[in-house]
Write a new protein. Structure first.
Length: 420
């Protein structure tokens, strides 16, 4: 056991290094559509499915997985662009250069890993490392006329270490709790034009990478209500993060960027030994975090400048997410999966200007996945394919009513995982 912990700890250090240099993207706003290849193949559904992924699933489900290790890597391709229509009105309006601009940096690596150990027949302990989400844009132009930078964009990445205790509280009912330790980093460039609107103009843009650390807790329940019918639920508290001090003049509340709370409830039904269907309902409370949800009001910059408690954010709304999945295990050593996920639009059309930097406008995902068991050793390979359908939000430039801004995005992802 001691050697196992040494191996896992060493792998955690290596993955931490990878995550610290790789920007991470996600799709339910800036949360992942799913976690782990098995769960992504179901479009993130399966909070009530006891055979789901070890990576950031329902904490109550780990006790049913047995002793297990999992490593995975995803290849993520987000395509982001914005289009400005209409000529600038001129001062004092703040119009943008008309045209279409596409973001560079289009392929990201997303590793994850986890280990689950059985304490006894009724309880388990696990450790997982994974990325949650983030925002990344890298436009090859001076979008906001910053002469000191040839490009414009932001880079937010998040990494989590989850330590989970899962326990059976009855034969077919369990409870779990995960202690979450979080790390996130952020960088912004090309925003100097907003310095007159900032409470701390020397901490607004081009400060390099800043880091933040924090913590939270996730609770979960899993139970079989009737033969084949399973109920699952989880709640994740807001994760309380240290401030991005170097960007205290950009984010509301002097650089605060906590991670919002979420809750999920779902049902899974085993039709027979080969077929299972599932449906989840999830809520992400983006309004927990002022720097994410505060609206942009150009008339309020004098009394609520950027970085202040009521300073402008991205204007994101709380969202409801519906996820549906189906799993078929009737072909020898193969299991096949499919899923569909739909989310509310987090970005109102009145908030398009700042969201050029964070165009998280995706609403629909279609996913496919499969697993192949390898002999009787408990080893298996997993594959997931995720396609986020093109989505857009169009609205008036709030700093120049003569213009409209349209944000567009689509995404592709492939994830491969191995359990043993």
């Amino acid at each position: 056991m001691k050697n196992t912990f040494k191996i896992v700890f060493s792998a955690l250090i290596v993955l931490a290094g990878i995550f610290s240099t790789q920007p991470v993207k996600a799709t339910d706003g800036y949360f992942g559509v799913g976690y782990g290849a098995q769960n992504k193949g179901l479009a993130g559904a399966g909070i009530a499915w006891y055979q789901n992924s070890l990576i950031n699933g329902n904490p109550a489900g780990h006790v049913f997985l047995g002793k297990q290790y999992q490593v995975g890597v995803g290849f993520f391709n987000p395509n982001r662009e914005y289009t400005v229509t209409g000529n600038p009105s001129g001062a004092p309006a703040f119009g943008l250069t008309p045209g279409n601009v596409k973001s560079d940096s289009k392929l990201f690596l997303m590793p994850s890993m986890g280990a689950n150990w059985m304490i006894n027949e009724k309880s388990s302990f696990s450790a997982t490392l994974f990325g949650n989400g983030g925002m990344n844009t890298d436009y090859p132009t001076q979008t906001f006329y910053d002469q000191s930078s040839s490009t414009t964009g932001v880079n937010l990445g998040q990494m989590f270490l989850g330590l989970t205790y899962s326990r059976k509280i009855a034969e077919k009912h369990s409870f779990g709790v995960t202690a979450l330790l979080a790390y996130q980093y952020f960088e912004a460039k090309g925003l100097s034009a907003f310095k007159p609107m900032s409470s701390a103009p020397d901490k607004l843009t081009d400060k390099g990478q800043d880091n933040a650390f924090g913590y939270g807790v996730k609770f979960g329940y899993l139970g079989e209500l009737a033969k084949g019918l399973h109920l699952g639920a989880s709640y994740q508290t807001m994760l309380y993060m240290s401030e991005f001090d170097d960007y205290a003049g950009l984010f509301a509340e002097q650089g605060d960027f906590n991670i919002p709370s979420t809750w999920t409830v779902g049902l899974a039904y085993e039709i027979n030994e080969d077929w299972a269907v599932m449906a989840d309902y999830k809520v992400i409370n983006y309004t927990d975090v002022a720097s994410v949800s505060n609206k942009m009001d150009p008339m309020a910059f004098a009394t609520a400048p950027l970085g202040s408690d009521k300073g402008a954010g991205f204007g994101w709304q709380d969202i409801n997410v519906w996820k549906f999945g189906v799993e078929f295990a009737g072909v020898d050593t193969w299991t096949f999966r499919g899923g569909y996920s739909h989310t509310d639009q987090p970005v109102p059309n009145s908030e398009v200007m700042f969201n050029i930097l964070a165009p998280g406008v995706i609403e629909d995902h279609i996913t496919l996945g499969c697993s192949k068991t390898l002999g009787d050793s408990g080893k298996a390979l997993h594959l997931a394919l995720v396609y986020a359908l093109p989505s857009s939000v169009k609205g008036m430039n709030p700093m120049d009513p003569a213009q409209t801004i349209e944000l567009e995005m689509n995404q592709f992802e492939v994830e491969i995982a191995f359990t043993f």
